[in-house]
Design a protein around this ligand. Structure first.
Ligand code: CNA
Length: 302
């Protein structure tokens, strides 16, 4: 969407300018776009940070290329690679960061329009951000289903598999195959049919793999982009689309808080780029807003 070159509403392109804008009566609704960088201080690696990012550390999985671990075709043939990684990433082992607590505080202050997240770690939920204000654009580990019959799989059994890195398989009765699916069944499936009456399909968390459609909630949330008075983009390289496109849909000032530059943020007259750690930035913003104690109190409860 074309932006009009008007007087920037964030008058200085620094953190003080952001604080002043947030204190003003122009800033009543804040939309957050979050990525893996808001969870790295919890101990969860991101994808692309050189050295520590997952893509640099997948060698042990013998992948043809790093992204394969999140591709459905590869998963069908080699689910162990994903489950080896999932053991490291699965929820339950990690505590929300102060940045997650900041998002919860925005909700407490009635300032949070919505939090769109690419993260699958469910730390926004764990921090207490209201569920109706979270859009998990790439799904999450919160639910899971069989990739063949699409029926849900029990949470407790899944949690056990995620803990030990083993592959969960659907234990429900085998469904009669749809006529058009009959032709496509592979030999392995046909031979196992004679041995078992259970579906035995591989179970996958409801996280969005490359090439899979995004959840309906992602698209339903588009009107939020026009409601927001401020877009806070935190901890993302903005390299994954269509998520990254959200940053171009609104008309409000955009603030990037990230260690590295991302997307085209900085190119609009009303953009602010803060190249720093998310946790340091939100603490500084909270201090400037007079919220620091509340922020620590929210974080302490997570
Ligand atoms: P990415 O491409 O790895 O980018 C992360 C960005 O965060 C980079 O630009 C880093 O510079 C920056 N960064 C890292 N740590 C910090 C920090 N402490 N403070 C400020 N900036 C920091 O990750 P994206 O989220 O952009 O990519 C989207 C993928 C990553 C989504 O599909 C996710 O599902 C996927 N992912 C999610 C998780 C998670 O759920 N925690 C972890 C790893 C990957």
């Amino acid at each position: 969407m074309a932006r009009q070159a008007a007087q920037p509403v964030i008058e200085t392109k620094d953190i003080d300018g952001v604080i002043r804008y947030m204190k003003s009566d122009k800033c009543k609704k804040i939309m957050v776009m979050a990525g893996a960088g808001i969870s790295t201080s919890a101990g969860i690696p991101d994808f692309r940070t050189p050295g520590t990012g997952l893509y640099d550390n997948l060698a042990k999985l013998n992948l043809p290329y790093p992204q394969a671990v999140f591709e459905l075709g590869y998963f069908r043939q080699n689910p162990q690679a994903f489950y080896t990684l999932a053991k490291e990433l699965a929820p339950g082992r990690f505590r929300p960061t102060i940045t997650h607590a900041f998002v919860k505080l925005l909700a407490d202050k009635d300032l949070l329009e919505v939090c769109y997240t690419q993260n699958i770690d469910t730390l926004e939920r764990r921090a207490g951000v209201p569920p109706n204000a979270i859009i998990e654009a790439h799904g999450s580990f919160a639910t899971q289903r069989c990739i063949e019959c699409k029926r849900p799989f029990p949470d407790a059994t899944m949690a056990a598999h995620l803990r030990d890195g083993s592959i969960p398989r659907c234990q429900l009765d085998r469904l009669p195959p749809a006529d058009d699916a009959k032709e496509h069944r592979d030999t392995a499936a046909e031979s196992s049919e004679t041995e078992t009456d259970v579906c035995n399909g591989i179970v996958k968390p409801d996280i969005v793999f490359f090439g899979e459609p995004l959840p309906k909630a992602f698209f339903d949330g588009f009107p939020h982009t026009l409601e927001a008075d401020l877009l806070l983009i935190m901890g993302t390289s903005l390299k994954v689309h269509p998520f990254a496109d959200l940053a171009d849909m609104g008309v409000c000032p955009r603030v990037l808080i990230n260690r590295d530059p991302a997307g085209d943020i900085g190119s609009n007259h009303d953009d602010v780029v803060l190249l720093m750690s998310c946790d340091d930035a939100v603490r500084e913003i909270a201090r400037g807003m007079g919220w620091e104690e509340e922020l620590d109190a929210v974080w302490a409860k997570t």
